[in-house]
Write a protein that binds this ligand. Structure first.
Ligand code: FAD
Length: 236
């Protein structure tokens, strides 16, 4: 159907790290949600990057991949079947992390951008206040982590989950959900909340526009929050 966005969550076993890698904390011996998995596809020397949806302590390497039309690497990844393996490496992305404090966190993403945001929620064992805004096309095509999101909402890892669907009758994007929640978001930011955005560049631009309007009455801008490390993006 037209709403189908061929995409999948892929979960790999963590490869055994060499002694040197373990001693130096490099490679697969240490990684966090929000770091990048580099994959060099067959037929091209250029690595493609995928945002990690898991950390080392989860015990697996997880990514969320959507198929690009004619895409080499995404095609090869989505053609894998259980038991297959892929060659990859870790690239650290230390800026895309939840801040080391107890302030609230606002996670915003669409499509495969949910990957690292799900990783942050899964790792939220201390039940810090975390709100997720997630845009997808249709609940039947790309509402990734639907079951986990319900579990994390129930056990307090997520304080709220707000979805926006662009190809249902609602025709809403994630930035529309932000605008509808202006008062709550403005309040969270006044409490010192950090904002993490992940997904396509167009989505990130739409989110930045919505946040600019939400922040303006308080005399704040996305640029100011970015300068303070309170607004970080992983956009591709
Ligand atoms: C920081 C970051 C995070 C990302 N996270 C995700 C994610 O979580 N999930 C996800 O689905 N995607 C993610 N992407 C996109 C992903 O990296 C790929 O771009 C996407 O999967 C398409 O790759 P492809 O090989 O299927 O498509 P292709 O069309 O084969 O290649 C994509 C791009 O690779 C380059 N390229 C291809 N071949 C060559 C060549 N021979 N020489 C030079 N350049 C070449 C081109 O710029 C091309 O546009 C992320 C990208 C970035 C930069």
């Amino acid at each position: 159907a037209e709403v189908q966005a061929p995409a999948a969550i892929l979960r790999f076993a963590i490869p055994k790290a060499s002694l040197l890698a373990r001693a130096t904390g490099r490679g697969f011996s240490r990684f966090s949600a929000g770091d990048l998995l580099g994959i060099v596809p067959d037929g091209s020397p250029v690595p493609r990057f995928y945002s990690l949806a898991s950390g080392y302590s989860d015990g697996f390497v997880e990514i969320c991949v959507s198929r690009h039309s004619g895409g080499l690497c995404s095609g090869q990844l989505l053609d894998l079947v259980p038991g297959d393996s892929a060659q990859g490496f870790i690239r650290r992305n230390p800026d895309f992390r939840t801040a080391h404090n107890t302030k609230p966190v606002i996670l915003i993403g669409a499509g495969t951008g949910i990957g690292p945001l799900a990783g942050f929620a899964r790792a939220n064992r201390r039940r810090r206040e975390m709100h997720l805004y997630f845009g997808a096309r249709h609940p039947d095509s790309d509402l990734f982590y639907g079951e986990e999101l319900r579990d994390w909402r129930a056990d307090g890892r997520l304080a709220s989950v707000t979805t926006a669907f662009s190809r249902t009758g609602a025709r809403a994007y994630v930035q529309d959900a932000l605008r509808a929640d202006t008062a709550r978001i403005a309040h969270l930011i006044s409490e010192g909340a950090q904002i993490l955005v992940c997904g396509g560049r167009d989505m990130a631009a739409g989110v930045a526009d919505a946040l600019a309007d939400i922040l303006a009455p308080a005399g704040l801008t996305p640029a100011l929050l970015k300068a303070e490390g309170r607004y970080v993006e992983d956009a591709y």
